[in-house]
Design a protein around this ligand. Sequence first.
Ligand code: ANZ
Length: 819
Amino acid sequence: RATYDIAATETKWQQVWGELDQFRADDASPREKRYALTMFPYPSGDLHMGHAEVFALHDVVARYWWQRGYEVLNPMGFDSFGLPAENAAIRNDEHPDTYTRANIAKSIESCRKYAASFDWSRTFNTSDPEYYRWTQWLFLKFYERGLAYRKNSPVNWCPNDQTVLANEQVVNGACERCGAEVTKKELTQWYFKITDYAQELLDGLDDLEKTWPDRVVTAQRNWIGRSEGAHVSFTLHTAAGERDIDVYTTRPDTLYGATFMVVAADAALAANIVHPDRTQALEDYLVEVRKASDIDRLSTERPKTGVDLGITATNPVSGEEIPVWASDYVLADYGTGAIMAVPAHDQRDLDFARAMGLPVRTVIDVPGQDDPSESGVATSGDGTYVNSGPLDGLRDKASGIRTIIERLEAEGRGSGAVNFRLRDWLLSRQRYWGAPIPIIHCPVDGEVPVPEDQLPVTLPVLKGADLKPKGTSPLGGATEWVEVECPTCGGPARRDTDTMDTFVDSSWYMFRYCSPHEDDRPFDSDLVNAWMPSQLYVGGVEHAVLHLLYGRFFTKVLNDMGLVDFREPWSAQLNQGFVINQGKKMSKSLGNGVNLGEQLSAFGVDAVRLTLVFAGPPEDDIDWANMSPEGSLRFLQRAWRLSGDVTSEPGVDVTTGDEALRRTTARTVHDAAELVETYRFNVMVARVMELVNATRKAIDSGVGAADPAVREAAEAVTILLSLVAPYTAEEMWERLGHEPTVARVGWPEVDEALLVEETVTAVVQVKGKVRARLEVSPDVSDADLEAAALADAGVQRAIDGAQVRKVIVRAPKLVNIVV
Ligand code: ANZ
């Protein structure tokens, strides 16, 4: 059997494509624009199986859009700043700049070979000064708007990477990058005020829910974590006198059950109110607290610990005096950092009360649930209020909450309040390989922004050995770079030595692609508005709350600045699954890694792409051990042979071709469009396989290779395959007698008439007897079927001039005529 030579075919078409440059997006094109975006890689090595999967899936849509006649923007760049690249460079004893550039060159080469339809004229790296100049400019704009600020607070610290981390980068108490257990440290750091947009970031999800994966939407909702409740003011009796403090509670209706108060042990408040006799106890306790992560602290599993602060507080509704404790299960930066503890109805409070011997008072009597002080289980659910003053006897939680809030408001002791779990975004890092924060610290003028015309603040070149993480930024050692004149007073001042989190770089890259060569602004707003929001964003679900939340936040700020005219950057999104091997994530320690390069040389680019696309729904993981790239290659060769068997000429009149095959072709092309648009790429491939089989059968049976329907089918196969297997498709197209290339020829035309299903048989009865059988379309209307039945000669004979009393029609199957 004839087969094509994979290597020769790949070399040949790479050259042709290189000359044609056919995927360059034209800003001025009159066609409708589409923006296909895929998450750009960290260049910490060459492409791997994971990239191969994403790019294969993403390319199906990008190439489909070209075939449908859109002008497609499908850019690719590199997220080259940041920890992954820096750590890899340090391991390899190279400078991150040289190291990332080498990887980027390799990756671009691999992408080209992989036939990903990227527009390389728009590529950039986030570590290019021409790019990070604008990252710094945006930082300054945020600063001007009060959206970038510095504060001192306990922050997440990765002891391995020796840098702070954003909350979003702490996954189950561990560093998102290296897995080391994260600890807390008190530091002054830069933050973006993402919390100003909390409500809007939440509201936007209602719309995105229709086109974004559920798991991403849910993750963002939970991360933003809106809750409704009240602020309640308690009066503290401290050694220094009385003072009021607020607690945040979602259950103000349980206020009569508050038997003690707890403040976050590590909040400034605790140290301020502690009775002098208890100061030492608090300090000792704090040493322990600093070792725990937030996840541990909030865990209901963990034994409760704390210190009695030696003071009391007065409950604003009952007047009762209750003790005040400090504990680590209350977080310093959530709500007000202080809570009213209702042990009967909150499990953590109950655990604490039982550990410390504090009282428990039931205020909601829930039928069928035991007394919490005995069972150790806090009761929840609907019940009747007891021991609750004005609420006693009431059963409705909503009105209980309302009643208490009204009373608090009337007495000036509190008010309804909304709270978010979302914290401000900690963006400064004590690492070298990132965009320097463009601020100068002056002993006279304080924080002074670097004047815009002095941007970029370029990274000084430091040697590899100097970059090892040591807890403070390596830039601190670059004396000549650090010591500058204050832009305001001209006196001696110092540059900020921290760099920005990589996630800042990636929060605006999608805009830059729309006009990547601007050198007097970050991007051209008109072009951004013309291309965006992007209609597809393909990437990993691990970015559900990191990058995807930050990018949405940036877009809203840019909109507020008048730089873009939309508030959400990505209207549709697709998360691919992982490529795994033998049921497990690929890893060095398991030795189950699959080398992309080896797969490509063994089976060719197309067979690998086809395997990844055909494996299953794109969201599912792909276990490479269960895949058959050999099988994919066999199919591609079978499809390719079709193109050599067709004997009719290009442009032949297909309308005279075999109707059955023409119907199959029409149906396949029609369904393929819908399948691509709904991301069911694997089903689309299955349908192409069926069409190849049907065409082969037609050639081998009576229809024959010369039938125009065979050409029509083979051409449709070629165009559909061009979305998945570009090399094979080009080769086929050429063998079918066409000029290169197939990639932009356009979607096959479908004769709508061929899509109408064959007929079904309708039975017509007169006086209960079958008088006729009619061949009708399956979607015939009742009225048309009735008319057809009454017009039938046999039916007319059976009626024989009698008066028709009733016609019962059940289209498309039955007509019953009563005379
Ligand atoms: C009394 C109460 C009674 C509560 C009850 C709950 C159940 P969400 O929904 O996550 O917003 N809380 C408030 N501030 C806290 C902090 N800084 N650290 C730890 N816990 C804190 O949670 C709000 C509830 O979590 C609040 O409502 C408070 O406990 C607690 F039957 O107040 B509640």
